[in-house]
Design a binder for this molecule. Structure first.
Ligand code: AMP
Ligand code: MG
Length: 408
């Protein structure tokens, strides 16, 4: 079976369903997608209060006040934030007041302490305030019944701020997807251990776990499973209970020990198409178990696995979390290097991109080989070369994926 990148991504997004929303506390909800319109139950401010440290006055008492001829008023009390004092400002008096303290009855304006001598029993005031100056009015920010946030908003610090300010402790959001990551390969060993002949460290499970976590998932990195059909089936079956999505790497090409493909093909719910892309041609996607948990079986070559994550897994995670758009939005840039590209396949070229006066400029890094992780670590972008383009010349316009952008 052969598919284009777009066809395969359509299959993926057609299968993956957004996770059902549930209530989370505010800090748990950070980064997640809101699934309700939030209406304020309160007014903000909830009462008239002072915007300054100063004195609550009747402004009419201060007509003509100046540096040369300040007006002195008796200070009949003091109100701090959080206090509600039964003090009344009558004509010819004032009350010392702090920022956020409720306005006393009778006062119409606040004189900032900077215009005064700061007196405690009497205060000399050198300027008349405008009527209502430095008073924050009841409900001027938000009224009870106002919609403060719309469904589908991604909650960041500023949205969490307004939720807390209107007194919400919990909100309905789509949860973080639980992602299980498994590496397959008899040659793989855990970093931090000794390598024997022919062995390599498992980097894919780390790459994919890190990428999934950064994309917002809760990740269970299961680690390495041998190229053994029974072990692979047992591991996946065990893991399904805690997975909203499974990602494996390795064992899906045409080798004798590519057992992931061999065992999962038998289930009949997972396809193993050749996708017209470079890197990342051998792909597998489908569902497993009674709950039809989506599973990606990515190729083992480290760069292929990572690029496959960006092309197929990230949009699926965004859909699970309800983050729109699901597909990454490319930016336009200039390729500083020329290179050839295979006909009929979409190519994703590792690049280092910088943004300057003339927009994004991208230099290719490392080679094309799918095993070259050194170059990948210096890349922050992929140049996306369309299927029908067979060469990119230095200085030509290209489409770029910026890999460090949070969304995209
Ligand atoms: P496979 O898809 O299993 O045939 O693997 C293709 C290539 O990727 C082989 O050179 C593997 O050794 C390598 N590879 C597979 N899995 C991993 C992994 N988890 N970490 C690093 N390299 C891997
Ligand atoms: Mg293998």
């Amino acid at each position: 079976m052969r598919r284009s990148v777009d066809e395969h991504l359509d299959v993926v997004l057609g299968r993956v369903r957004a996770l059902p929303p549930f209530e989370q506390s505010l800090m748990e909800a950070l980064g997640l997608v809101l699934c309700e319109d939030v209406v304020s139950g309160v007014n903000l401010p909830g009462f008239d209060n002072s915007a300054m440290d100063g004195y609550a006055v009747q402004m009419a008492d201060l007509a003509g006040a100046s540096q040369e001829e300040p007006i002195t008023l008796p200070v009949v009390g003091e109100i701090a934030a959080g206090r509600s004092e039964p003090i009344v400002v009558t004509a010819g008096t004032c009350v010392r007041i702090m920022t956020g303290a409720p306005m006393p009855r009778g006062a119409d304006s606040v004189v900032p302490v900077e215009w005064t001598d700061g007196g405690a029993a009497h205060v000399r005031i050198a300027q008349q305030p405008a009527l209502g100056a430095s008073v924050r009015r009841f409900g001027e920010d938000l009224k009870a019944g106002d919609k403060v946030l719309e469904a589908d908003t991604v909650l960041g610090p500023r949205q969490v701020a307004v939720l807390a300010a209107v007194g919400r402790a919990r909100v309905r959001v789509r949860p973080r997807p639980r992602v299980v990551v498994v590496s397959t390969g008899a040659e793989l060993r855990e970093p931090g251990t000794r390598l024997g002949d022919g062995q390599i460290y498992d980097s894919n499970s780390y790459t994919l776990a890190a990428a999934a976590r950064q994309a917002g998932a809760v990740v269970y990195r299961v680690g390495i499973v041998d190229d053994d059909p029974k072990k692979i089936m047992d591991t996946l079956s065990d893991q399904l209970v805690r997975a909203d999505l499974v990602i494996t790497s390795g064992g899906v090409s045409k080798g004798v020990y590519d057992v992931v493909k061999e065992v999962l093909t038998k289930l009949g719910t997972i396809d193993f198409p050749e996708v017209a892309m470079q890197p990342g041609k051998p792909q597998g996607f489908g569902v497993m178990g009674d709950d039809e948990v989506p599973i990606f079986t990515l190729p083992g070559n480290p760069v292929s696995a990572y690029v496959s994550f960006e092309v197929f897994v990230r949009p699926a995670l965004r859909k699970l979390m309800g983050q729109m758009p699901y597909r990454r939005t490319p930016v336009q840039g200039i390729s500083l290097d020329g290179f050839n590209s295979p006909a009929g396949r979409r190519q994703f070229v590792r690049a280092a991109a910088t943004s300057g006066d003339e927009g994004w400029m991208a230099s290719t890094v490392g080679g094309h080989g799918s095993h070259l992780l050194g170059g990948l670590s210096r890349a922050n972008a992929l140049i996306v070369v369309p299927e029908d383009v067979t060469a990119v010349r230095a200085g030509e316009r290209v489409e770029l994926w910026l890999l460090d952008e949070e969304t995209g």
